[in-house]
Ligand binder design. Structure first.
Ligand code: GLY
Ligand code: MN
Ligand code: MN
Length: 476
């Protein structure tokens, strides 16, 4: 009896230890969204769709850059939101009613969620990296059932014939190419066939439902966005301290990207915008090739993506460390517009109210400088040709709604851009582009500016720029 107990104990201890050997190199980051939260999200989807429906989600396709070189793979936002799974060629079925799945030759289970993953393959993994496989997906991501992706056809057909009345699945569009397109063939032919026959199963968009879930951020998501923003703030401050006339825009870009990765961010949320003078007036300029002149204003719209969550921060600062008179005039209008807008943010406030606060400051300011002939009407939009801001989250331009609620994060990013040869505008304002962009968390009591750690006031920027940053050390 005693020796049997010891034997059982040894068996119980040695199995997980063996598993750990093969799984321990799969995840190095220790601050990922927890499996419990991913499960909660899948449970919410299943509660929303009800027992007579099923939902299918799939991973983003791999995308070719040139020749046999792909772009760095990035998971689709909704797929990542529901699974935390970062590999391509994966699919997810949620079936609240339950579906029978044969997980191996001897075992069949009834399950509500099935993640289909690329099979473990030592030869392929020796080239492109370790795969989670079914065991990794279940153990590390907490998904109820994971099987190899070649089982999708069979499980999908079982679900279709399980008496469901609604299928939540997105049609496979032409930009979905490669292996995931082949894996999705059963879904494609089902949707095509459904159009021909008079099927009783109603097809609905699963993404709209997940988008509503993503509007209010959880505590863990707010932590990620706070971290992405803090990392971005440090990078902006380093850029201000490092900038010297004669540097190239790409050197400023390099400093941001180095700072992001140096602080543990995986990537940038969008290509870094570093436009000096004539390039500061181009909203999403990102070629970043010009040599920066001594009197240029530099508009830097750069932010990190951390664990999939993107911040979005812009600062505009003078190459020589001191704003010219005209740069100061334009900058002050933009700063006042940003402050007026941020002051309006709070729970229950329509976004249109926030927008209107910035609009009136910019219209009044441009009129008082003689840049527009009247402050009424939409004339100011000629020099502020974008909207005030947008939600941030898994996508830099994330999903939102028109009335603010606690747990939403919005950018506030007014700007004024005056291209050379703007008719009727004094040439002294030519090639001044200013944008100030902050990430604002809506709280129960009002708001919190998550990017306040990077200076916005003229005097504070000029003081910071007197310091030396890490970016102007010569490379040897
Ligand atoms: N960085 C893109 C934007 O500000 O919307
Ligand atoms: Mn933005
Ligand atoms: Mn931006």
């Amino acid at each position: 009896m005693r020796s049997l107990t010891i034997l059982l104990l040894l068996t119980a201890v040695s199995l997980p230890a063996q598993q750990n050997v093969s799984l321990k190199y799969l995840q190095y980051d220790t601050d990922l969204i927890t499996p419990a939260e991913y499960k909660q999200r899948r449970d919410s989807v299943m509660a929303m769709i009800g027992p007579d429906a099923a939902a299918v989600f799939y991973a983003a396709p791999e995308r070719m850059r040139n020749g046999d070189v792909d772009y760095l793979y990035r998971q689709a936002d909704n797929f990542y939101y529901l699974t935390g799974f970062t590999e391509p060629n994966a699919l997810l079925i949620l079936a609240p009613k339950g579906v029978r799945v044969k997980v191996n030759d001897s075992t069949t289970v009834t399950t509500k969620e099935v993640l289909f993953v690329p099979a473990k393959n030592p030869d392929a993994e020796a080239w492109t990296g370790r795969r989670f496989g079914t065991e990794g997906a279940m153990t590390l991501l907490g998904v109820q059932t994971a099987v190899n992706n070649d089982k999708f056809r069979q499980v999908f057909n079982t679900v279709l014939f399980s008496g469901i009345t609604v299928l939540y699945a997105q049609s496979v569009t032409s930009d979905v190419s490669g292996q995931i397109r082949e894996l999705l063939a059963p879904l494609t032919s089902y949707i095509d066939g459904q159009k021909r026959r008079n099927s009783k199963v109603e097809l609905r968009d699963p993404n709209a439902m997940v988008h509503t879930m993503r509007i209010i951020k959880s505590k863990q998501e707010i932590d990620m966005l706070r971290k992405a923003t803090t990392i971005s703030v440090v990078a902006h401050n380093q850029a201000m301290m490092s900038l010297e006339p004669g540097m190239f825009e790409y050197e400023v870009q390099a400093l941001y990207e180095y700072s992001f990765q140096r602080q543990g961010a995986e990537y940038y949320g969008y290509p870094c915008i570093n436009g000096a003078a004539e390039n500061s007036v181009i909203l999403h300029y990102n070629t970043n090739r010009k040599r920066i002149g001594p009197n240029d204003i530099v508009l830097s719209d750069c932010a990190a993506e951390y664990r999939g969550y993107s911040s979005d921060v812009t600062r505009s600062y003078p190459a020589g460390g001191k704003f010219t008179k005209e740069q100061k005039e334009i900058y002050t209008i933009v700063l006042n517009a940003a402050n007026a807008a941020i002051a309006k943010i709070g729970p229950g406030v329509p976004w249109s109210t926030v927008t209107a606060a910035a609009d009136s400051v910019i219209a009044q300011g441009l009129f008082s400088l003689g840049i527009i002939p009247e402050k009424e009407g939409m004339g100011f939009k000629k020099y502020y040709n974008h909207s005030l801001g947008h939600p941030v989250g898994l996508n830099v331009h994330d999903v939102g709604q028109s009335v603010l609620q606690p747990g939403m994060l919005y950018t506030v990013e007014p700007g004024i851009y005056i291209p050379e040869n703007s008719p009727g505008v004094d040439p002294k304002y030519s090639n001044i582009g200013i944008r100030i962009e902050d990430v604002i968390l809506v709280t129960e009591s009002g708001r919190e500016n998550l990017s306040a750690g990077s200076p916005r006031e003229i005097a504070e920027i000029e003081t910071l720029m007197k310091k030396k940053g890490i970016g102007n050390q010569p490379l040897k």
